[in-house]
Design a protein around this ligand. Structure first.
Ligand code: PLP
Length: 493
């Protein structure tokens, strides 16, 4: 050994080469001054963005649609930060939808609260490994605390738990795969297995069914009532018919807040039916779930705890920036049954574990420490701030509903159960479908607010979805004014 160490004193060519590379790779670790300069550039950019936001459009059409981004390809040599920020401003921040805008009233908005970005910043710098308790007990406790809180406000029992995901689509996928595994659906059963849902279910659930290998199962779209909700009587008789003919009903997928109209399926009745026939009840509450924080909705929506699995999207109802979904289940052992896997190289991780790890109840192993972006704003602002913002959104949708209902010509499809209003304008003697298509195009071209459209009952329908934390009364008044302007100009042309 001595002899060996003595020999090492002369740097070998290998050592010299390593040292040279070390010097170059240190470019990836800016020092304290370089960090400050870089951070200041980014802060200047984010502050300019936020300060300009109230005057920015919600939707912008540009000629080249950000194509100039490609003029600066990924290259061997680095570039300065300010020049990169200009590229982003011009090509990424400008064309298309601006989801940070309070004028975003299309699809299902959310906004992206500032303090969540600070949580991400902290999480990205510490880079804690939130997949496994052994690696970061604190990060795993934080994430479980968040899903436990969600379990709590839907009145789940102590057996419940869940996992934070990248969004509602992945949460739907995990829920549906769990249903498949817990109900023991094997390949040979699939063609006889029956899934019950409606045509109003979010397409990510249909996609999840296919990805889960259930594409050849029987999918029954249960009829809707006149408010686009699943008809529970028809559901029960469909299940009975299927049992009689020897099929294997195993899963009901219902919605708490459909995308088209914000309709809520009769959750309690569906829960009872699922219990009676021993079916898995998956509730897609990606849009509506966090409204359970509002007293009024909590009073109105009964039986949510009967669902076996529930999807909620913090990047919608908690206004977190994109990349935050959640799946909670009534019995977390079910999630483990479906998702658990291990390997020899994971053996150290089995030592002294107090809490179930995200990696054991989801498909992900290494993952973004996404708890911090949720925990920080919830703790900083307190749940009451979120509750107030959510209640404000409910009332804004009702206000919009009431206002346009008074204006002759509007046909309003629904009194908002949550914060979506579906409507159309019926022009005298003109085709309503093509008129409303033009109307939504004109609103989008204008860009001050963004509305999206859909088809309900085979009719072209415009929808207003209030869920950005930046949407306030003046945004809704502006929307009504813009609609009037566009209707007038379309009628006169
Ligand atoms: C948004 C949404 C989804 C999909 O969630 P993502 O977060 O976009 O993946 C699923 N279901 C409903 C009801 C939704 O509103």
């Amino acid at each position: 050994m001595q002899h060996y160490l003595r020999r090492m004193k002369q740097p070998s060519t290998l050592e010299l080469e390593i040292k040279q590379l070390e010097l170059l790779s240190k470019g990836l670790s800016p020092d304290i001054n370089e960090r400050e300069t870089a951070r200041n550039s980014v802060i200047q950019y984010t502050e300019e963005f936020l300060e300009a936001l109230p005057d920015k459009k919600a939707y912008v059409v540009t000629e080249d649609k950000g194509k100039a981004l490609l003029d600066s390809p990924i290259s061997d040599e680095g570039t300065t930060l300010p020049s990169l920020i200009s590229i982003v401003k011009e090509n990424v921040d400008t064309p298309g939808l601006n989801p940070a805008s309070g004028g975003h009233l299309g699809y299902i908005p959310g906004g992206g609260i500032y303090t969540s970005s600070l949580g991400d910043y902290m999480a990205d710098i510490s880079n804690r490994y939130s997949g496994i308790f052994f690696a970061s007990p604190g990060a795993v406790r934080m994430e479980n605390m968040l899903t436990d809180w969600m379990c709590n406000f839907v009145d789940y029992p102590a057996t419940a738990g869940g996992t934070l995901t990248s969004g509602g689509s992945i949460a739907n996928l995990i829920g549906i795969v769990t249903a498949r595994d817990v109900k023991g659906i094997k390949a040979r059963d699939i063609e006889r297995s029956v899934i019950y849902t409606t045509t109003q279910v979010h397409h990510s659930a249909n996609k999840a069914i296919r990805i889960a290998g259930l594409g050849e199962a029987i999918l029954r779209n249960i009829p809707l009532d006149n408010l686009q909700r699943m008809d529970a009587v028809a559901l029960e008789s469909a299940i009975e018919d299927d049992i009689k003919t020897g099929l294997k009903p195993f899963l009901i997928i219902a919605s708490m807040g459909t995308t088209d109209t914000g309709a809520i399926d009769p959750i309690e009745v569906i829960g009872n039916i699922a219990g009676k026939y021993n079916l898995w009840f998956h509730l897609d509450a990606a849009y509506g779930g966090f409204f359970m924080l509002c007293d009024e909705i909590k009073q109105r929506i009964k039986g949510i705890e009967k669902a076996d699995s529930i999807v909620m999207d913090p990047h919608k109802g908690l206004f977190i920036p994109y990349g935050s979904g959640a799946l909670i289940v009534r019995d977390k052992a079910h999630l483990a049954k479906s998702q658990y896997y291990t390997a020899n190289y994971m053996q150290d991780a089995k030592a002294s574990v107090d809490e179930i790890s995200p990696a054991e109840i989801s498909p992900e192993l290494t993952r973004h420490f996404r708890g911090m972006r949720l925990w920080l704003p919830l703790k900083l602002h307190g749940v009451n701030s979120f509750r107030a913002a959510l209640t404000e959104k409910l009332l804004l949708a009702r206000y919009f509903h009431d206002q346009i209902s008074k204006i002759p010509g509007y046909e309003v499809l629904n009194y908002p159960e949550l914060s979506v209003v579906a409507f159309r304008y019926l022009p005298d003697g003109l085709d309503a479908d093509s008129f409303n298509k033009k109307l939504v195009e004109e609103v989008q071209k204008d860009g001050r607010v963004f509305l999206s459209s859909t088809i309900v009952n085979d009719r072209f329908t415009i929808r207003l979805a209030v869920l950005s934390f930046r949407t306030h009364l003046e945004t809704i008044n502006l929307t009504i004014q813009i609609l009037s302007e566009k209707i007038d100009s379309l009628l006169s042309s």
